[in-house]
Design a binder for this molecule. Sequence first.
Ligand code: CP
Length: 322
Amino acid sequence: MSGLWSEPQTAEPVANVRHLLSTTPWTRQHVERLVERAEWLRQLPRRQRLQRLPGRVLATLFYEPSTRTRLSFEAAAIKLGGQVVGAENALENSSAKKGEALADVFRIVGVYADAIVIRHNETHALVEAARFSPVPVINAGDGTGEHPTQALLDVYTLIREFGQVDGLHVCVMGDLKYGRTVHSLLQLLASFRGIRVTLLHPPSLGLPRPLYLQLQAAGLRMETGHSLASVLPHVDVVYQTRVQRERIVDPAEAAGATAYRIGPQELTWLPAHARILHPLPRVDELDPAVDEDPRAAYFRQAENGLYLRMAILDDLLGGDEG
Ligand code: CP
């Protein structure tokens, strides 16, 4: 990553989007410039509070649980010299409990804060409501829809681990139906060259058909794998995900999920250069016995999220003092 550490031109936004709701508008050029900014921020003194966002306030509204996304965004804002207000468990602890519409929430919070990071329980609820926000809205996960900043940090991780994304063979594995991180990641991968994707999932947890068709139309090369033993020896990356049991209504949907676990046996099938990514949290699909293997990149991935989210906030909120 050397050679990337120059101060970015804050006057020129990385991605010319008002809100960050989806990875769909992102190109590889946008991603590469954001990564460049993350690398620059990363090498600044770790314990120093930067003055990139003086006087700026970030609001974090989480209607669903989170550890990584909420805390890394909040830490990112604070490290950049900004401040944070927020509602955790917002379904219970905000006026959503009284039935307030999301459009009104954005209208109000957008007066108090300079950007809003929101995780919402309803798929695609943010797109319409964000029109009412006077400040940028960042999607931190919307139901079974998308999780775009996770995908950006996933690609950042691929760049750090492999030097580039083009040409990688990526196996996405687990719950591809409800796993929103996969939805955003595949859309982002479609903007890179020579990517090959193998989908490996329980029979009822494949990609939603409209998304599959959209990715196909975008030129992403995808195939469906049949077993870990036949797929893992040929991949560069395994992107493992947990089954989203909280979203499954019919338990039959998760039938066969236990076959999609990674442990010491599965590790023997992976090439020496390969990497295992996982958005976390994990439950039982990723054995802790794998953690010390150098191919296990998921804790490095979570750390990358801090710098990538610093870069997002720096891009959206840094710059003029107005
Ligand atoms: N990867 C991710 O979104 O983690 P959290 O649910 O802890 O934010």
